[in-house]
Ligand binder design. Sequence first.
Ligand SMILES: *[C@@H]1O[C@H](CO)[C@@H](O)[C@H](O)[C@H]1NC(C)=O
Ligand SMILES: *[C@@H]1O[C@H](CO)[C@@H](O)[C@H](O)[C@H]1NC(C)=O
Ligand SMILES: *[C@@H]1O[C@H](CO)[C@@H](O)[C@H](O)[C@H]1NC(C)=O
Ligand SMILES: [Zn+2]
Ligand SMILES: [Zn+2]
Length: 846
Amino acid sequence: MKQVVVAWLCVILTLFCSLRACHLYWSSTWELRSAGPSWPFRHNKIAPELEQRQQTHSINHHDQLNILGDQPDGLFYFAQISDLHISKYRPKGHTLHFLQFIQSVLPIIRPEFVVVTGDLTDAKDHKRITSQQYLEEWKTYKMAIDQQPWTNTTWYDMRGNHDCFDLPSWQSRANLYRSYGQSADLVENGQGIYTWQHSPSYGEYQFVAIDACPKRGPSRPFNFFGYLTSSTMDRLASALLKPSNHTFVFSHYPTTTMVFGVSQQGYTFRDLAKHYSVYFCGHLHRLIAGLGDVLQSYDPATKTLELELGDMKDHGMYRIVAVDNDIISFVDARLPLAPSTQLRSTPLIPLSADDKLEWPGKLPMAPVILITNPKESRFVLDNKEPLHRIQSSTHIRFLVFSDESPNQMTFEILIDGKPVIYDDNSNNIDHGDDDPETVNQTTSFITASPRYSGNDKHPLWTLPWNPSAFKDGSHVLSIKVKSASGQTGKSSVIFRTDGRRTKIGGGAGEWIISTHMSTVLQCITLLSIVTMLTLLLIPRFYTDREVSERLLARIHAIDQHAPVGGFRSLQRQILVGALRCLQLPSTQPSVWYGTFSFLLALVTLPWFKAEFIPSGETPSEKFGTFYLYGMVFGTEWVPIADTWMFAAEEVCLDVGVFFALFLLHSVPSELLICGHVKMNRPDDTLQNQRSVIESPWFKGIEVLYWLWRMSEMVALASFYGGIWPTLIQNILVVWLIFVGITLGTSLCSPSNANSNGPNNISAPGKLSWMANGLDGCDGCAKATLKPSIMLDQQYQQEHGTLEPEDCHVVDLDYRFSNSSSSGSSASSTPFNRSPRAKNRKRNRHQ
Ligand SMILES: *[C@@H]1O[C@H](CO)[C@@H](O)[C@H](O)[C@H]1NC(C)=O
Ligand SMILES: *[C@@H]1O[C@H](CO)[C@@H](O)[C@H](O)[C@H]1NC(C)=O
Ligand SMILES: *[C@@H]1O[C@H](CO)[C@@H](O)[C@H](O)[C@H]1NC(C)=O
Ligand SMILES: [Zn+2]
Ligand SMILES: [Zn+2]
């Protein structure tokens, strides 16, 4: 009766804490929600006249004006670079790569404009622990752009997370982007969103840049996610809902690392995404181990592409994007490799005393090819591109960027490995036959050779072709160019002339870029917490010993069917897990209450207080409080999703793993295995499992694991202001100490925590049949009697004497000696190791 009251009190407390958790979540996301009508009343339908614009290209099937031929019209291109990480401490790449791009690449490609998508500076200290904004890094960035004598390229840039490490606010003096960024005024006036247009005679192109940095930027590492508040979403909506041939969005953060608010009219990011064509971003640096080779994805719901660009700092990546008669193509190229002498000789901050930039030597660049027709079919945008133009085109079109003159280049152009042949007489008649042997007999077919059709603005090359020869399936066009100096460039595309898509086939990278990481992390965290609370609370309602006994009886019943495998093994695992959960409240009440209160604390209380922004001027600027839902500075919430990332890690590794360990110790594994197995199948895997849990090295691993988790807390303190307040005002540290003490006592005195012998029957639900095996279990009953009888029968056969009173003693002896000795339990054949049995054997041989 009393037990039920306690159980209900715990449930009520949990509900109360859930309410508090909802309230905290509600306050933390205040800025992301619109002030207007909220869900479910919001309307997220975009006005129909704006929707119409997207349909134009699909209807307009026979436009004669835009034939993809050999004229350099309807074409422009721009460049994107990302993640420069100009650093005053890091050699290799970093600054040098950026200077090389400006000096060796930019004058050759001469794009309409360059967009830098964030992480302009590195802002990490020489040990890569703390972070702050360094003036030298920002100066280098600005001077390099301003002082370069080679081009008059227009620059657009935006901040990345590194550019807002340790930043109290936009207005703060520490915000060096404000003085040294190229588009600082645009960002400031647009409050995080700015746009520009390219308006040639043939169309209207709109570009939108997003600064998604947190309003208060914590130092690293809790500054990885970006977010857009509801009011920024309003400005994004008005920027995107303008008619244009194509709209391009630039942001440092891939959408998977963003949290998007809801605009005042109730538009979510997905609603707005229908109105742009491509989302360009950086930030992930191609990840590691080849995971990020293809951080590109297509969303069929919004018909948009998201294209992450590898970093400039290590990989030296840059991207050229061409829009050719409204068909979008891009190429991701790499900088020419700098010789190691140059790497060594370039100073980290190549500025002289009077801020003059010292340029490294210019490097020769291999030709870069960007094929614009036919378009790569992995990246087609349904309905947003006039893909029918590929089918009606007369020429293959590609741009070649090289500093050598066009007449010095030689080409090798192949489709599906064969030279491109071209029907001289009729462009539009479908011959439908690309077999070279039959083709060779028709005199009107000639092998085409490319012609330079460009001008000083576009290095365009064209090659006549018959797209109708390739109307089925996908084909590969590959172009190789060799310049006079022997440098070669290569490019190939998979294309289709029917306007259909080919799978991107990007594997893990494609998946990462198309998920929504912050939602995934929220789900992991909350699901883990809810699961653990459920596993704690339900057993509170089943504290009767009978329930546990029945479970144990079923486990033993399974054991008696030899050998346990497949489905039965799974069934057994589930029963054992349930039994462990049921036993936890009675065998280790302190653990139960400790875990229960810590889980509730995680969702209701602040986790720790820390100096997140050392450059802040007042304590409320410097010190923040970490909640599951975000950080609080003074009274202001920063809904940065990094808290969820940290929480997912802590809840799984600190709470989940130790909870599992507690459960493992809640029932002595000795008890779980039926006497039948112990007697008849001494080599059974069940026995091995038991001996693993009790072995000294498993305990060693527990200790090491605990030390590792504790060291993470120390690392946290070293990031954010040291022992006070980060380590002391920290509920995670309290939890780890609680865990340490609990595990420590169970390791040091296993007789207390690890076993509950027959004398230890205080708690009502506790299992209490250690001495005799499980009551009513045939297997145990036989095992209690039989081994002794067998031994005795043997003994009797050999010696002619019977000692019936020995039967039980042998067995009990073994059980007690084993359950109270700490680590010496690698025994897989208990009955042979019984001291008396051994003695008898010895006696026998005498
Ligand atoms: C850049 O613009 C300036 C002023 O308009 C002009 O004098 C200079 O020649 C231009 N430089 C290049 C490389 O086009
Ligand atoms: C741009 O859009 C306009 C209006 O829809 C259209 O007439 C024009 O052909 C488009 N430009 C190109 C290059 O397709
Ligand atoms: C066409 O025929 C000529 C000789 O008849 C031969 O040399 C050439 O290789 C053939 N070309 C193709 C593409 O088969
Ligand atoms: Zn970066
Ligand atoms: Zn970044």
